[in-house]
Design a protein around this ligand. Structure first.
Ligand code: G
Ligand code: G
Ligand code: NA
Ligand code: MN
Length: 258
């Protein structure tokens, strides 16, 4: 109850909450392709509280809907600023933002996204929303309609932690999405056996067959990166490239090479 109260005041005051940005690279060139926005909470007395603790609290109280809007707005403002610094003619960076199930079932969600895009002036195609498999598959028909509406705004959609939820293959091909994000458990297991590598290869083949691009997360070593490059993985994210960074540090990578 205490944390819930504190989280609510943090959100109201706009202090103590901040967003970390983890670089996502293009595997072939190693160049910066975009960022994932990750929420952080610096509690005045208890210090850094990990999202694994406060997101579930926010979920159970419904607070995650306003938190999600807050993070989306921050991420949009940030990418708009960074995009301005890019060399003319260079490919635009994308910004991934995580969505919770509650946001998906919020009847105002599409309107909220439209409003944040308008207010911050970002190009919708720069924004990529990440949804977990279970969030989508829970209410598949309803989700598909929502995803279509979101995509009609011009934003990109990606399935997060792919392979860990119960994805129904019969729905996967109907999903109006752009990318699959291979869960880090598969990536970190790749070096162990041919069988584990085959799992990742099959996810990639499936993605390509369905017209999705692939982002591998949790890349921690150059060996992981090499294995993924050999499989022609499109994008990569992980400690091997960079950790989630405060805005000022992430900003230094924009326009430069990683
Ligand atoms: O950085 P990591 O410890 O940052 O994040 C832990 C978990 O918290 C991940 O599952 C991540 O998706 C989730 N998370 C981080 N930021 C957000 C956010 O803004 N919204 C939602 N819904 N989840 C987030
Ligand atoms: O659930 P989601 O995929 O949104 O979670 C992103 C989480 O993964 C964040 O907590 C982020 O800090 C973490 N993360 C990012 N890169 C790595 C990595 O290379 N290894 C591990 N173990 N975690 C990572
Ligand atoms: Na994510
Ligand atoms: Mn993930």
């Amino acid at each position: 109850v205490r944390l819930e109260h504190d989280l609510r005041s943090a959100l109201d005051s706009g202090s103590d909450l901040w967003v970390a940005y983890q670089p996502i690279v293009e595997m072939v060139t190693g160049g910066l392709a975009g960022f994932e926005a990750l929420m952080r909470w610096n509690h005045p007395e208890r210090g850094n509280i990990p999202p694994g603790i406060f997101i579930p609290i926010a979920e159970s109280t419904g607070l995650v809907v306003s938190l999600g809007t807050w993070v989306l707005r921050q991420a949009c403002l940030q990418i708009a600023e960074w995009q301005d610094r890019r060399e003319p003619g260079s490919a635009p960076l994308f910004m991934s933002v995580n969505l919770s199930t509650h946001q998906l079932s919020d009847p105002n969600f599409v309107q909220v996204v439209r409003e944040v895009l308008r207010e911050t002036g970002v190009e919708p195609s720069w924004i990529k929303l990440e949804l977990t498999e279970s969030a989508v598959m829970d209410k598949a028909e309803q989700s598909i309609r929502l995803l279509r509406d979101l995509r009609a705004l011009g934003i990109k959609l990606s399935i997060d932690d792919f392979g860990t939820g119960y994805s129904s293959l019969s729905y996967l091909h109907k999903l109006p999405i752009d990318s699959l994000k291979v869960d880090r458990s598969f990536v970190s297991a790749m070096h162990q056996s041919e069988e584990n590598r085959a799992i990742v290869r099959i996810i990639m083949d499936l993605a390509r067959l369905l017209g999705f691009d692939v982002i591998a997360e949790g890349i921690e070593t150059s060996a992981d990166a090499n294995l993924l490059r050999a499989l022609a993985c499109d994008y990569g994210q992980g400690y091997h490239f960079a950790r989630p960074l405060p805005s000022a540090d992430a900003g230094k990578l924009v326009g430069g090479e990683l």
